[in-house]
Design a protein around this ligand. Structure first.
Ligand SMILES: CC(C)(COP(=O)(O)OP(=O)(O)OC[C@H]1O[C@@H](n2cnc3c(N)ncnc32)[C@H](O)[C@@H]1OP(=O)(O)O)[C@@H](O)C(=O)NCCC(=O)NCCS
Length: 166
């Protein structure tokens, strides 16, 4: 369930199961860009307003499905599905929830809504990538190959201890 004051809007139609962005809300792309920059400020993400805005514009242009959530203060969250494997698969990218609204199920709900849109579009598989650029888990700073599945099975949080696989 979403908090009562949060409304979800579909920017790029998967197949139209959600309400579209309401007319007269032209500032959402800037707000979405600010959200992306705040969530992913590192060099691998969107360290400048320009990079963040370019990503939002790219998502508007190319994402098969783009869903935003808004509250009275603006864009709270966004998630997108990008077509892969000639449309049979969607890549979930990106997923971002504004810091002051985290931990209340908004991220989970957006992922569920994206999955519902994927199903409506006849897509049966969703993929996503993740990384550990700060060596905060057992796979940070090393290759997960060989034996990727075993390494991932043993994945654990090492916080600041920088433990390695034994
Ligand atoms: C990750 C993120 C999207 C989660 O959004 P959220 O609205 O706070 O998530 P929810 O409240 O729906 O929580 C969903 C689940 O994820 C877990 N979770 C949330 N943030 C987490 C984190 N940083 N690390 C590990 N687990 C986390 C919650 O405990 C919850 O687990 P449960 O279902 O077993 O209870 C949000 O913290 C965020 O935008 N972070 C910055 C950007 C980012 O890292 N995006 C994802 C990588 S692309």
């Amino acid at each position: 369930m979403l908090p009562n004051d949060v409304q979800v809007m579909l920017v790029n139609p998967g197949s139209g199961g959600l309400t579209g962005v309401r007319p007269g809300y032209p500032t959402w792309p800037e707000q979405a860009a600010s959200l992306l920059q705040a969530c992913f400020p590192g060099e691998d993400g969107y360290p400048t307003p320009e990079k963040a805005r370019a990503e939002v514009d790219d998502l508007r242009e190319n994402a098969t499905c783009l869903i935003i959530a808004v509250d009275a203060a603006g864009v709270v969250a966004l998630v997108a599905g990008l077509e892969a494997y000639r449309g049979r698969v969607w890549e979930l990218h990106p997923l971002a929830v504004r810091a002051d609204r985290r931990g209340r199920g908004i991220g989970s709900r957006l992922v569920s809504l994206l999955e519902e849109e994927a199903i409506r579009a006849g897509v049966g598989t969703m993929i996503l990538g993740t990384d550990d650029t700060e060596e905060r888990t057992s796979i940070g700073g090393r290759s997960i190959l060989p034996g990727a599945l075993d390494n991932l099975r043993r994945l654990h949080d090492v916080q600041d201890t920088h433990l390695r696989f034994t």
